[in-house]
Write a protein that binds this ligand. Structure first.
Ligand SMILES: [Zn+2]
Length: 191
């Protein structure tokens, strides 16, 4: 999707048109525009607040403020009512179901978890492992907190889903282990 263009357009400022080399995955969306708008609303502050930590950054140049960096990862939407998120290192791929059924704080956790893989230097092209998932969960609490989202919702969110948001992903550890890690991260941050 036209991530940069949309981000700029959302801020209602003059922007440089960016060609779109990253189309969303094809298929039937229920309400693509709504999913796109919400995914940008949640991910834009996360990408901005965490730019200093990301492996790759890109510069945003608004007319009315000094240029600033954001993480270079891109959000890609895919159709489907199920709640699912994953990353291939370049894209963070979110299902329409995840974007539209989760609260903004819960969605922020999903985006932050995927960004956590990048910040931790995980090679996601090689597939996931339980240890990597727990590291990403741990980092995600800090990542979303930096962007002003509320990480205190995460333990209940995990309990609700039993962390089944990645069906078929053998690399994900049991929900109880993930809950333990995020609760420890919350304590560490004094939250
Ligand atoms: Zn993961």
């Amino acid at each position: 999707m036209k991530w940069l263009s949309l981000l700029l357009a959302l801020a209602l400022t003059a922007c440089v048109a960016t060609p779109n080399p990253y189309p969303d995955l094809g298929g039937d969306f229920v309400n693509y525009d709504a999913a796109r708008a919400k995914s940008i609303k949640v991910s834009a502050p996360i990408f901005r607040a965490n730019a200093a930590f990301c492996s790759k950054r890109t510069l945003i140049d608004f007319a009315n403020e000094p240029p600033f960096e954001i993480c270079a990862q891109k959000i890609r939407l895919m159709p489907g009512a199920h709640v699912n998120a994953h990353t291939d290192g370049q894209y963070i791929i979110l299902t329409e179901g995840a974007v539209m059924t989760l609260s903004e704080d819960e969605l922020a956790f999903l985006v932050s978890h995927e960004l956590g893989h990048d910040i931790a230097g995980h090679d996601m092209a090689a597939g996931s492992k339980p240890k990597l998932e727990l590291e990403a969960d741990d980092l995600a609490i800090e990542i979303m907190n930096r962007a002003g989202f509320n990480p205190r919702v995460v333990p209940a969110f995990m309990e609700r889903l039993d962390f089944a948001y990645s069906p078929g992903d053998e690399g994900h550890p049991p929900g109880a282990a993930r809950q333990f890690v995020v609760k420890e991260a919350l304590k560490r941050l004094g939250l």
